[in-house]
Design a protein around this ligand. Structure first.
Ligand code: FRU
Length: 495
């Protein structure tokens, strides 16, 4: 779609130049731009959108502002992969049409296969309205899209529902998740209700362009966030998972759908840190989920960097034999490993004696099992300078708390310094951890169930060390392995 916007990059070569320009500006050490997580070539990224496997390739679109590292005039950026490990920047896929119902932004939405035609349903921003728009393509590379002439495909929120109106919006009504079930299209829209609480509204259709409102699939009530953004319903076999983003967290509900209503059996958070607005792709036998990892540094620092936002690793979400949620990185993430730094070692920790581990790097993966024995806590300190002036403690405590303390992470006053934590039930001992360190990302997977992602910004080149200490007793680290990781988006000219 060429909207004639001057200066908008329109081909893959321009996208690569953009990426290289920002790469040249530095940010390739600790605290810099992630190496093996997806980032925009330059400028701004938020939610992952339109995830689809098409013609044998994985496509990730994302909320993108080509004008700078701030949220405005949102387009859809695009990256493509053959193997889920390495990616290529593609030209901007969707742009606001100056006179269209998406003239102020092409906000979040999804992609579906409509009987052989790739089809997007996304949020068009237009003045005080946010309404669903449709676009299709016959390009197998999904680079160019044709917007449907009848957009928006829903004219207004349901007349019989009192949807929240704000100073800016006639109604909070956005983010589209569409799937096929029982011979019909189903469609969730995120909203907030005037009498309080977010809701995921359900529509059905034969055609994708003519929708019937069925009612709320689930409404949170006054104690939940005022608006639910980016609702998504996943089919995990015996159960369904509904997740919504409530401005702060990604809340998930496990349960079943009966008569178009979600029956909640349990709930929790998909991630306890900097992770928002995730979206998933079903590639046949698994559900792969990416989330937006927003910056945890102020606007000035984002301007200086020239880019903002990263995506999580692709996560496989499923239920275990106990019916509980399981989360792990897709197996293909292991293809990013370039060199094994440590292989299956055991480290005994004496009380209160810090050990430097034989692992270092700004873009590495660490796998370990931690047994507390008689210690009160074990602290694994990462992104550590030799003098420990900068380091980020990952603490595992006897009461089952796993936390990331960002106070000592960075000497840069622009970086956020608050701690993040989650509960990891102590009965799961020893704690099995996968730690993905990627310059300004710490993505933690605990016991294959619980996730915590933190953005951190060490400033020093030598903030690459890892040490461990057991507090108040003995502890041990076993099955310790580590790998150096390669680039998700190679910037050389080899292709
Ligand atoms: C979530 C969100 C969505 C919206 C998009 C705009 O982060 O606010 O609700 O569609 O981002 O970029």
């Amino acid at each position: 779609v060429d909207d004639g916007t001057p200066g908008r990059p329109t081909d893959a070569v321009d996208m690569r130049r953009l990426r290289e320009r920002v790469a040249d500006a530095g940010e390739d050490g600790p605290g810099g731009r992630p190496k093996y997580h997806l980032t925009p070539p330059a400028n701004w990224l938020n939610d992952p959108n339109g995830l689809i496997r098409w013609d044998g390739r994985y496509h990730v679109f994302y909320q993108y502002n080509p004008a700078g590292p701030f949220h405005n005039t949102i387009h859809w950026g695009h990256a493509v992969s053959d193997d889920l490990a390495t990616w290529r920047d593609e030209p901007v896929a969707l742009s606001p049409s100056p006179d269209g119902p998406d003239r102020d932004g092409c906000w979040s939405g999804c992609a579906v296969d409509d009987d052989g035609t790739p089809t997007l349903l996304y949020t068009g921003g237009n003045g005080r309205d946010q309404l669903p728009c449709l676009a299709t393509t016959d390009d197998p590379g999904l680079r160019t899209w044709e917007k449907y002439g009848g957009n928006p495909v829903i004219e207004s929120p349901p007349a019989d529902l009192d949807v929240l109106e704000t100073e800016h919006w006639r109604a909070e009504f956005r983010d589209h998740n569409v799937w096929r079930e029982g011979g019909r299209w189903h469609h969730l829209v995120g909203t907030g209700l005037a009498d309080g609480g977010g809701a995921a509204l359900l529509y059905t259709s034969e055609t994708l362009t003519d929708w019937t409102y069925e009612g709320p699939l689930l409404a949170g009530g006054p104690d939940t966030g005022a608006v639910w953004e980016c609702p998504e319903l996943l089919d995990l076999g015996d159960r369904r998972l509904l997740h919504v983003s409530d401005y702060e967290n990604v809340v998930y509900f496990l349960g079943t759908v009966e008569d178009d209503e979600f029956v909640v059996e349990s709930e929790g958070l998909l991630d306890h840190g900097d992770f928002y607005a995730p979206q998933s792709l079903d590639d046949g036998d698994r559900s792969l989920t990416w989330g937006w990892l927003p910056e945890a540094r102020d606007v000035d620092a984002q301007w200086d960097a020239g880019w903002s936002g990263a995506l999580s690793l692709p996560r496989v979400i499923e239920t275990g034999p106990d019916g509980d949620l399981r989360q792990r990185p897709a197996d293909e993430v292991a293809d990013l490993r370039t060199e094994r730094l440590v292989a299956d070692e055991t480290v005994a920790l004496a009380p209160d004696e810090r050990r430097r581990l034989d692992v270092s790097g700004a873009a590495i993966e660490i796998e370990a099992a931690i047994a507390l024995d008689d210690a009160e806590a074990v602290e694994l300190s990462v992104f550590e300078t030799p003098d420990r002036a900068e380091h980020t403690p990952i603490r595992y405590e006897r009461d089952g708390t796993l936390s990331v303390d960002r106070a000592p992470s960075s000497g840069d006053g622009h970086a956020f310094a608050d701690a993040q934590s989650m509960a990891v039930p102590p009965y799961d001992e020893p704690l099995s951890l996968r730690v993905f360190l990627d310059r300004s990302v710490i993505e933690l997977y605990a016991n294959g169930r619980h996730c915590l992602t933190s953005r951190v910004y060490p400033t020093r080149e030598d903030a690459v060390g890892v040490s461990a200490v057991a507090e108040g007793g003995r502890a041990s680290i076993s099955s310790l392995s580590a790998w150096a990781m390669g680039e998700a988006i190679p910037t050389d000219d080899s292709d």
